[in-house]
Design a protein around this ligand. Structure first.
Ligand code: PEP
Ligand code: MG
Length: 748
């Protein structure tokens, strides 16, 4: 890199910093900056375009174009060369602008006489803020050094925009992070919450993007990198003996921490005038921009690792740890790009809600949020760049919507909704000790789903008769090693203690598919939901399943024990699994442990094939529990994790109801107790239809028990059954409209 251009860009940055330090309103500052850049770069034109909304750029300051066009000239994202720079987040450098694809002539600016054009995005960690442009009359391309200098200036502008240096009149100059903003994500867990933002990883604020002395900055960088290397080595030695996947991530960290290319690029940035932290952030921005375009999942993961490592480095350089000194609000709503299950559990019930940019319905975080009964919105794109610690925030987990810094009217409407829900909850509380007996006299047993010790207190409060589904994955997911048998036994024993004699149906480990253990060797599968998961893993690699069975038998310690196997697809699988339980029980007995007083062994019906299993299967199981979430996904061939299709098919589709009716019939013929434990059991309208078709036990989230019981007690299931059967025989593919019409005539 030529020393001359190094000092050129340093000089430019220093002038820029001095200009920014002078007092003045936002507009004045922008005007001074465009003048300064045009002067330093010896170009006729320098313009700054900023976003006025997500989709529109506005010319906010210019040296060289007609002044009248300022705040008048606008373009859409992708429109013209400026719009193209913004959209693609990459520079355009051309000696013949009019010949460029997408060039748009804007007479009001008088720009037709400028032939060369260099536009670079103004962006901060992937957040698009605007475009910086220089133009000149001579038809030449700008040199690499000039492009670099402008990029560095754009980065400093981005930092200063973030710090509010250009706040002025009009939309484009309005302060960042002050407007109300709405995010449309998806439901991760239903429920509503009002509170204040608590950022899981508060962003680092860089107040000194320009470095005075490159030697000092390089030294700071090297010291921070050295500390980082030591901490990565520490992490690796701590993680010794743990799962391959975690080691892979840490090894990637180590590789990046020692990457000469990465460090050289940051040194070059410093040489051009940036401070050490600005250099780190510049490279981080570049990596984030690449992240958006890389299709390969493995490479994306590695870029995420680099991003994470850059954050660690930034924290060291700025002294801003995760602990920024900010105090967690009384009513924290956690906002994060993503979060692991163990971290989420650490926050625990202190949180009133969680909003994630990534995540998925079946992600570990969602499983934990569900267990903690905290409203969760996922896929809230860009919320971590918008939200600041302490911002007011409303989370509508039912709709998958988040309001950040909401207007008063929105807050008022939201509070009304919460108040109505609270009133309903207290109405439901009065039903707690009453049975779910319908007007026709049929009683439905309502059980709850659980997955954590922390769930158990709800067993009394919700009025559930027992735990119809205890998901045992969480204890495996939140550790970075396989839990010990003794650890599990003590957890399961605690669960049984807390249940005080009520029935708890423990489901054996359902891993694979979306639930991948951090320490399990990841098997790449084209279609993991239909792959090597649940009982299939347990049968092929029985070690963990046997250990879990031993822990369950030991935990029961003379009490009765109920367990069920997930994802059974054919009779033989159940036979082998049940034999494993028998073998383990005999072994326990030989070892002198007390056996359970009674043992119930059930199967989950989650694949259509099992509904057509031989009668012998129905007689061999002690009970069947329909896992409606999976059964629906396989019945309709619609991935429960795929936002595009997961809501497309309805349980109240007449084909599905006929299928349920068929399963009920098979169980009745064979005297097999049947229950339903998918999410639909907790939706009142769906629940009454399942009950009307003959399901006598439903298991759901504790919060759903009240609403479901309330509705059951107010209707005649026999009447609803007649309606459903008639509708299924008729031509309709969906019975919901008829059910809703019928409900409207009932006193509910
Ligand atoms: C189901 O599939 O309906 C079920 C209860 O199990 P999970 O949601 O844990 O797959
Ligand atoms: Mg399932």
């Amino acid at each position: 890199m030529p020393e001359r251009s190094e000092s050129e860009s340093r000089k430019l940055l220093r002038r820029l910093r001095d200009t920014l330090a002078e007092p003045g309103a936002g507009q004045e500052r922008l005007d001074r900056i465009t003048h300064l850049i045009a002067d330093s770069m010896q170009t006729q034109v320098c313009s700054i375009y900023l976003f006025r909304d997500d989709d529109t750029l506005e010319l906010c300051a210019t040296e060289g174009l007609k002044k009248e066009s300022v705040h008048k000239t606008r373009m859409r994202l992708g429109e013209g060369l400026v719009g193209r720079v913004a959209k693609s987040s990459t520079p355009i450098n051309t000696g013949n602008a009019p010949a460029e694809k997408g060039f748009r002539y804007m007479p009001e600016t008088g720009e037709e006489i400028y032939s060369s054009f260099l536009g670079v995005p103004i962006q901060r960690l992937g957040e698009k803020l605007g475009v910086l442009v220089v133009q000149s009359k001579d038809a030449r391309q700008f040199s690499d050094d000039e492009v670099y200098a402008i990029e560095v200036v754009a980065m400093v502008l981005a930092e200063m925009t973030e710090l509010g240096a250009f706040v002025g009149e009009g939309e484009a100059l309005s302060a960042l992070h002050t407007h109300p903003a709405m995010f449309r994500g998806s439901t991760g867990q239903e429920g509503t919450a009002e509170g204040h933002v608590w950022l899981h990883e508060p962003r680092v604020v860089i107040t000194n993007p320009v470095g005075d002395d490159p030697d000092v900055e390089r030294k700071r960088l090297h010291e921070a990198v050295e500390q980082l290397r030591v901490s990565v080595d520490d992490m690796i030695s701590l993680a010794d003996g743990q799962g391959a996947e975690q080691r892979e991530v840490l090894e990637a960290y180590r590789m990046f921490a020692h990457s000469r290319g990465w460090i050289r690029r940051m040194e070059e940035d410093i040489g051009r005038g940036l401070s050490a932290e600005a250099a780190v952030e510049k490279e981080q921005s570049t990596a984030r921009a690449r992240l958006e375009t890389v299709p390969d999942a493995y490479l994306r993961d590695r870029l995420h690792d680099l991003d994470d490592l850059s954050n660690r480095l930034l924290r060291r350089l700025t002294g801003q740890g995760t602990d920024t000194g900010a105090e967690m609000p009384q009513d924290p709503i956690l906002v994060a790009r993503n979060i692991g299950p163990a971290e989420l559990l650490d926050y625990g019930r202190r949180l009133k809600g969680v909003v994630l940019e990534e995540g998925s319905v079946g992600s570990h975080a969602a499983v934990v949020a569900r267990a903690l009964a905290i409203p969760l919105v996922i896929h809230a794109e860009k919320i971590t760049t918008e939200a600041l610690n302490g911002d007011a925030i409303l989370v509508d987990g039912d709709q998958g919507i988040v309001h950040l810094r909401p207007e008063e009217t929105v807050t008022a409407a939201f509070r009304d909704k919460i108040a109505m829900q609270a009133a309903a909850q207290s109405r439901y509380a009065s039903l707690r000790d009453l049975p779910a007996t319908a007007l026709c006299g049929t009683t439905i047993a309502l059980h709850m789903n659980a997955g954590l010790m922390a769930d158990l207190p709800s067993l009394v409060g919700s009025g559930a008769e027992g735990v119809g589904l205890f998901r045992t994955e969480l204890q495996f997911l939140i550790r970075n090693h396989v839990p010990k048998r003794s650890e599990l036994a003590s957890i399961y024993s605690g669960v049984l203690d807390a249940a005080k004699g009520k029935r708890v149906a423990f489901r054996t480990l359902d891993i694979g598919s979306d639930k991948v253990l951090p320490y399990m060797k990841r098997v790449e599968e084209p279609n993991p939901a239909m792959g090597w998961r649940a009982i299939r893993v347990g049968l092929d690699k029985p070690g963990v399943m046997r250990m879990q069975l031993q822990a369950l038998l030991r935990a029961a310690n003379g009490r009765s024990l109920t367990l069920m196997f997930p994802f059974v697809t054919e009779f033989s699988e159940f036979r082998v699994a049940r034999q494993m339980v028998v073998d383990e029980a005999e072994r326990e007995k030989r070892l002198g442990h007390v056996l359970p007083s009674a043992l119930e062994i059930g199967a989950m019906l989650e694949t259509p094939s099992l509904a057509y299993a031989p009668d012998a299967f129905f007689r061999a199981v002690d009970f069947i529990s329909i896992g409606g979430n999976d059964l629906k996904q396989f019945f309709f061939a619609a991935d429960r994790e795929n936002e595009q299709v997961r809501r497309r098919y309805d349980v109240l589709n007449s084909s599905f109801l006929r299928f349920i009716q068929y399963i009920v019939g098979r169980c009745e013929e064979n005297g097999t107790p049947l229950s339903f434990c998918g999410e639909d059991a907790g939706r009142p309208v769906e629940a009454i239809c399942l009950a009307a078709l003959g399901l006598r036990t439903l298991s759901m989230r504790p919060a759903s028990i009240g609403p479901v019981k309330h509705l059951i007690r107010r209707i005649d299931l026999a009447e609803l059954r007649e309606l459903l059967l008639a509708e299924c025989r008729a031509d309709h593919s969906n019975v919901r409209p008829a059910v809703m019409d019928w409900l409207a005539t009932q006193d509910v």
